[in-house]
Write a protein that binds this ligand. Structure first.
Ligand SMILES: Nc1nc2c(ncn2[C@@H]2O[C@H](COP(=O)(O)OP(=O)(O)OP(=O)(O)O)[C@@H](O)[C@H]2O)c(=O)[nH]1
Ligand SMILES: [Mg+2]
Length: 361
């Protein structure tokens, strides 16, 4: 999974990237390159506990790739077109984190001269809507030509219907993530990755003084912007970057002092999982304990396919124990004795925290 970090200049993107990836950053050095990419282990206390029990040779966390993208400036794309380089990078992202500046700091100028979360959120959203409108217009031009060719006419007619639906939404200033795209429509547009359709996590980069009221600020922002594929989470880039560099004991002490319950990484990843409808299952053993990321609703066979395509093709059954049952009884053998190690077929819908052992041919 890949998550892109976007936002206006000086909002704290690179600082957040440094916090999430635990890399010491020199913003000046980073700005010279156009984007930074880093793979991050998804923190998971359940995996830690399983590892403590099995004591395996290897512990493998699920991973997420974060990309620190370049800043987006208002009106920068006067033709309503993002640079193709930017688009190519954003297209491959499964979701976007939009860093919104909420901290005051006279030494770091705000491009608009003042702090206003909703204005900045809308600025970026408008750029996305404009880019998608330009995309839709481009498709109409191409589809007009396709209409004249007998071979492509039928398909073009269908796609035009979808593009009209999209255009109507965009003209009403509705991001495409807020509209329903049916499976039938999807068939014609599954290759497209409009910006305003990306699930969006608003990362509100607040100042130190906002820590106590951060949930209220978040709820207010969500009340104004909320659509179904949007989430928000407050964070405090500067403090949290400093925290990320401390050892665990010190970190805990300072987090408590600041009233921050969980690291920025686990908070934002938690939100991203929710937003994207993701969950984890585990495989355990003496060789390896491992967390895997799947979409909610995936079956045992589909989940087996995430481990290996062969497991999908040659799937026979899955032995399943829930994480809670396992922790209560301490071993798979004990679960089996209690009838809590179930044999499930390929249609079984895997639940968050299931421990799976795939039997395959
Ligand atoms: N006081 C304060 N300063 C911050 C905070 N977050 C970031 N900064 C500072 O703001 C400046 C810009 O932060 P960056 O993380 O580089 O912002 P950016 O969004 O990556 O900026 P560009 O890549 O230039 O668009 C840096 O000097 C940071 O140290 C914060 O929460 N509080
Ligand atoms: Mg930056």
């Amino acid at each position: 999974m890949q998550i892109g970090i976007v936002g206006l200049p000086f909002s704290g993107k690179t600082t957040l990237f440094g916090t999430l990836t635990n890399t010491h950053i020199d913003p000046d050095a980073f700005q010279k390159r156009d984007s930074n990419i880093s793979m991050v282990k998804v923190p998971d206390s359940r995996l830690d506990k399983l590892t403590a029990i099995f004591n395996p040779k290897k512990k493998v966390n699920a991973t997420i790739e974060f990309v620190d993208l370049i800043a987006i400036q208002k009106g920068e794309h006067s033709s309503s077109q993002f640079s193709s380089q930017f688009l190519t990078k954003v297209r491959t992202n499964d979701a976007l984190i939009h860093v919104v500046r909420g901290f005051e700091d006279d030494t770091v100028p705000h491009v608009e001269g003042s702090i206003n979360l909703l204005r900045d959120i809308n600025t970026l959203e408008e750029e996305f809507l404009l880019a998608d409108m330009a995309f839709v217009e481009g498709r109409f031009e191409k589809l007009e030509k396709d209409l004249r060719k007998p071979k492509s006419k039928d398909r073009a007619l269908k796609e035009i219907e979808v593009m009209k639906h999209w255009q109507q939404a965009l003209e009403n200033e509705q991001p495409l993530r807020a509209i329903d795209i049916s499976d039938a429509e999807m068939e014609y547009v599954s290759n497209y990755q409009p910006l305003s359709a990306k699930p969006m996590l608003l990362a509100l980069n607040l100042g130190e003084n906002d820590i106590a009221g951060s949930r209220d600020i978040m709820n207010k922002v969500l009340a104004e912007t909320g659509d179904k594929n949007i989430a928000a989470e407050p964070f405090f880039a500067k403090i949290e970057l400093e925290l990320a560099e401390l050892d665990d004991e010190e970190k805990e002490m300072f987090m408590e002092e600041y009233g921050i319950a969980e690291s920025a990484l686990s908070r934002l990843i938690g939100k991203a999982y929710e937003l994207l409808g993701l969950q984890s299952f585990f495989t355990v053993g003496e060789d390896e304990c491992r967390a895997w990321t799947i979409k909610k609703g995936m079956t045992a066979q589909q989940s087996a396919g995430v481990i290996h395509t062969d497991f999908y093709n040659k799937f026979i059954r899955a032995e399943v124990a829930s994480y809670d049952d396992f922790m209560e009884h301490g071993s798979l053998a004990a679960c089996k004795d209690k009838g809590l190690l179930r044999l499930e077929g390929k249609e079984y819908v895997v639940k968050d925290g299931d421990i799976l052992n795939i039997r395959h041919g």
